[in-house]
Design a protein. Structure first.
Length: 435
């Protein structure tokens, strides 16, 4: 260990106790308009962001433009022959707050097709990367590589009135969003399917074309439509949404901003959660061995898990206080399309058993499942068994809400984000702790 690293280690050990003491004894003490617990604890619960695209209701789950998830799916025009709406129609909805007609949704779909061609140099960049590169690294790099296409960056260099900023931002966001299905599917086929990309079908919609380029038959097109809409937005405070907003607030274009947001989404505490849940569930089934996964057997296994100090992943949420409606939507899809799939049956039994176990255990504020408790199961059933790709799927969906948000940020002239920091010593001074 170098002298520098040894010195740093000692300083860290000294400082940890100061932070712990502040959180344990003074978390509720105000410093300015927030508490010390909020200042140290990631600004959780601090109401300092504004978005009209979505709101996370503790009891009803995510609302898109005021509509719950069931209301959103019911209101939006569906792709002919499909149970689910056009993603393009959803883009119209989150941008305007108005439910499009079928003709309007199809017009957006037609517009997307004119914007969907991915430049060849993007594929060249992807192919130049080592094949063991993580799919999210590839996805983020592909988006960043296209920054040279930014309409906003070019018009800003030429000079334009700030009241017009939204216009080239809209063009950039629509251009980028339209290309994401092909980029994501190309990465999947290149990495996991023997380097056999499938060309897009210009007759298909956003979700249908993605399923086609993935090489997966129907109803995976409905899986894509459902998945992208469900994962599109989650207020502005989560890491990916906030990062996109933060970077764009510096007037960085959407290529810079979305790439940065995806880098945050790639973290284990954010977009990797669905992978962790599926892996845990499969290990859970393996540990059951030959036991029939009855409710009683699973109940005991869950207690064993909790008593060993482990958590049940996929259960609990920082805001929600009931079952995540995104979980319910996916569960309903499974009940219709894969009711006898063994992995789903175990997941469904856990859903019946886990909440009362967690309530009796007493340490979970919210004993209900979130979206990650179900999403990986569907992907696994349709043959997408490569865990590392799941966050790319999440990222395609999350782009919809975040790109809509920054279009509106520009339209409303929101300023660069610049919160104020304090030192640990300042916090100690507020509560009367002297060195």
């Amino acid at each position: 260990m170098s002298t520098l690293k040894e010195t740093l280690f000692n300083k860290i050990e000294e400082h940890r106790s100061r932070t712990t003491r502040l959180l344990k004894k003074h978390a509720d003490t105000k410093v300015g308009e927030v508490t010390i617990g909020q200042a140290i604890g990631g600004a959780r619960g601090v109401r300092c962001l504004v978005t009209d695209i979505s709101y996370l209701d503790p009891m009803e789950g995510i609302r898109f433009r005021g509509k719950t998830i069931p209301e959103t799916f019911a209101a939006l025009p569906k792709v002919p022959g499909s149970d689910y709406p056009y993603v393009e129609g959803f883009w119209h909805f989150v941008l305007t707050g108005e439910v499009p007609t079928l003709e309007q949704a199809q017009a957006v779909a037609a517009d997307f097709k004119t914007r969907s061609q991915v430049p060849q140099y993007v594929f060249d960049v992807l192919r130049a990367m080592p094949r063991d590169t993580h799919p999210m690294t590839m996805f983020s790099a592909a988006i960043l590589a296209m920054q040279r296409e930014s309409v906003f960056a070019e018009r800003y260099r030429q000079g334009m009135n700030k009241m017009e900023f939204w216009d080239p931002t809209y063009e950039d966001c629509t251009n980028l969003l339209a290309k994401l299905p092909q980029i994501g599917a190309y990465i999947y086929r290149m990495k996991f399917k023997g380097d056999t990309p499938i060309a897009p079908d210009p007759e298909l919609d956003f979700g249908g074309n993605f399923a086609h380029m993935m090489g997966i038959d129907t109803p995976y097109d409905d899986v894509a439509r459902m998945y992208f809409i469900l994962h599109s937005d989650h207020e502005s405070g989560n890491v990916s949404a906030h990062t996109v907003h933060l970077v764009a607030s510096a007037l960085s274009d959407c290529y810079y901003a979305l790439s940065a947001g995806l880098n945050g989404l790639a973290g284990p505490l954010h977009g990797l959660a669905n992978e962790n849940v599926l892996r845990w569930t499969q290990n859970f089934i393996a540990e059951l061995g030959d036991k029939e996964p009855t409710e009683e057997v699973i109940r005991q296994a869950l207690w064993d898990t909790l008593n060993s100090g482990q958590v049940i992943p996929g259960y609990g949420h920082a805001v929600l206080r009931k079952t995540d409606p995104r979980y319910v939507s996916q569960m309903e899809f499974c009940q219709k399309n894969l009711p006898d799939y063994p992995l789903f049956k175990v997941i469904n039994t856990i859903y019946k058993v886990a909440p009362p176990v967690l309530m009796e255990h007493g340490k979970a504020k919210n004993p209900w499942p979130n979206v990650d408790a179900q999403s990986g199961v569907i992907q696994w059933y349709y043959g997408v068994t490569e865990y590392s790709f799941y966050t790319v799927l999440f990222g395609i969906g999350r782009a919809i809400g975040t790109l809509a948000n920054i279009t509106w940020d520009r339209a409303l002239g929101y300023p660069i984000e610049r919160p104020k920091s304090v030192t640990t010593a300042m916090l100690e001074e507020v509560v009367g702790i002297k060195d």
